[in-house]
Write a protein that binds this ligand. Structure first.
Ligand code: BES
Ligand code: MN
Ligand code: ZN
Length: 484
């Protein structure tokens, strides 16, 4: 979408659809109050009202969107109001909209500009490439938005940043929404090469022969049962330099998780094309990094495989020798994410990173714990955990920490190998995190379990749409921005 920022009064500028975001506790201008019964619209968060000013104000249509109380307003309020405006524009087939806040917004102008742009571009997202004969409303593109602001320069700078982030989010969503047969590990590898070529990242993709030669036993074991062979993907921005922090972003890239021989029941398998949501977040974040060029060295690492049952699949009882040399007793082939991630996390150590941040749709147990409202977080270094928490607040991608105490590490020890890949139902998300931590050495490490947040069936937030959410991209973008 083309986003313009300028000064002026939204009510005095002609527009086919103007969105005025309003506080619950601030007076509306008389042009608006004249059009309305006050009790019909109070400005509560997410409340909307569509008005037809008929000359009482310049816009043809005026959409009021509530922001709630002024003191409780955040960037997230603006993000949601903007997305609501886009969705209404699409419904009404309006190609160019105007948006503004009524009264003083208690936010930094750059932060607000970013939130406007993120809401507009995330709200405009659709995954329509497999639909035919769509009604215009569904294919309609909102092409332009004008944001009215009194601090144009800062708002404009924020909007540019927001558009970059939203593009990263939508890229991640496209990857997640791609069906398993179309988005195989090989295709994910090609996506990485294309991204590298487009934006100047150094990209290496290891195929099965190279994985075998170099000993990526975890990825190979999980990928064995599928004709779609596994890949390991390295995307590098910047280079190691004294004084420049090195950050490794690691993603789980299961392009489809059937469970393998420990086959999932049909209901649980329905959305398992989204089991590469962690890798999608890494792709989206690497795109943002390549476009914003921070003074960092950022390495994206993705383990990608398809988990399938077949006569060649890995079995319960198998013992897998990973890249690290550590062995894993496989008791359930559906706990495959931690196995392929073990190789990527060990690989990350070669960069001597200041931080390893790993994202994976790892456990159903995290959905039991936190629902769809927050990403589970575990870490070995509290200052890194705190940085991610802060990024979670700034991006409104909620994260919630769970402990990684010694007792949990003890639970994943095997009788006959170094580790076992399941440890019972109790503390299922934490034992998975403890398992991963065995492969990062002493490097600061955070694990983000996005099983509950990477996919949404019926969106609760106006900027989400059915399917992949692109969770992690905004979080990582804020984290990296704050790291410099
Ligand atoms: N990809 C799943 C986790 C998942 C579940 C993601 C639901 C998104 C929604 C993962 O590979 C898995 O199957 N985990 C098992 C682990 C168990 C066998 C210890 C699970 O959570 O049931
Ligand atoms: Mn699984
Ligand atoms: Zn999985």
């Amino acid at each position: 979408m083309e986003i313009t920022v300028k000064t002026g009064n939204l009510l005095h500028e002609p527009s086919d659809l103007a969105m005025l975001a309003t506080f619950e506790d601030a007076a509306l201008p008389s042009e608006v109050t004249d059009l309305l019964e006050p009790k019909d619209f109070r400005g509560k968060a997410n409340e909307t009202l569509l008005l037809y000013p008929r000359g009482a104000a310049a816009p043809r249509r005026l959409l009021l969107v509530g922001l709630g109380k002024r003191e409780a307003v955040s960037a997230e309020s603006i993000r949601r109001a903007s997305a609501t405006a886009v969705k209404e524009a699409r419904r009404l087939q309006v190609a160019a909209i105007t948006v503004a806040v009524n009264g003083d917004l208690p936010l930094d102008a750059e932060v607000a500009g970013q939130a406007f742009a993120e809401g507009l571009d995330m709200g405009a997202y659709r995954f329509a490439r497999y639909q035919t004969g769509l009604a215009n409303e569904q294919t309609f593109l909102v092409e332009r938005a004008t944001v009215f602001s009194q601090t144009v320069e800062r708002t404009r700078r924020g909007a540019a940043a927001g558009q970059t982030t939203a593009r990263g989010v939508n890229f991640a969503r496209d990857l997640v929404n791609g069906p398993g047969y179309a988005l195989t590990p090989a295709v994910l590898g090609e996506e990485a090469l294309a991204l590298g070529k487009r934006l100047g990242l150094k990209v290496t993709v290891l195929d099965k022969a190279q994985l075998t030669e170099q000993g990526f036993g975890g990825i190979l074991a999980v990928g064995k049962g599928s004709i779609n062979e596994p890949r390991f993907i390295v995307m590098e921005y910047g280079e190691p330099k004294k004084g420049t922090p090195t950050i490794c972003l690691v993603g789980k890239g299961l392009t489809f998780d059937s469970g393998g021989l420990s086959l999932k029941p049909p209901d649980a398998m329905e959305t398992m094309k989204s089991d590469m949501g962690g890798s999608a977040a890494v792709f989206g974040a690497m795109q943002v990094v390549a476009e914003t060029k921070p003074s960092l060295h950022v390495v994206g690492l993705v383990s990608s495989a398809e988990n399938m049952p077949s006569s060649n699949a890995y079995r319960p009882g198998d013992i897998v020798k990973t890249l690290s040399g550590k062995t894993i007793e496989v008791l359930n082939t559906d706990a495959e994410g931690r196995i392929i991630l073990s190789d990527a996390l060990f690989y990350a150590q070669r960069y001597k990173p200041d931080a390893i941040v790993e994202l994976s749709t790892l456990t159903g147990a995290i959905i039991i714990a936190l629902g769809a409202h927050a990403t589970g977080m575990m870490g070995t270094d509290q200052s890194l955990v705190d940085r991610i928490s802060r990024a979670g607040e700034l991006s409104a991608e909620k994260v919630w920490q769970l402990p990684l105490w010694d007792e949990y590490h003890a639970m994943v020890k095997s009788e006959i190998a170094d580790l076992k890949n399941i440890a019972g139902r109790a503390a299922g998300s934490i034992t998975a995190g403890a398992f991963l931590a065995a492969f990062v050495g002493d490097f600061p490490f955070v694990h983000l379990d996005i099983a509950g947040t990477a996919w949404v069936d019926r969106p609760a937030k106006s900027y989400d749409v059915h399917g992949g959410t692109g969770v992690g991209v905004r979080l990582l973008a804020e984290f990296l921005k704050g790291y410099v």
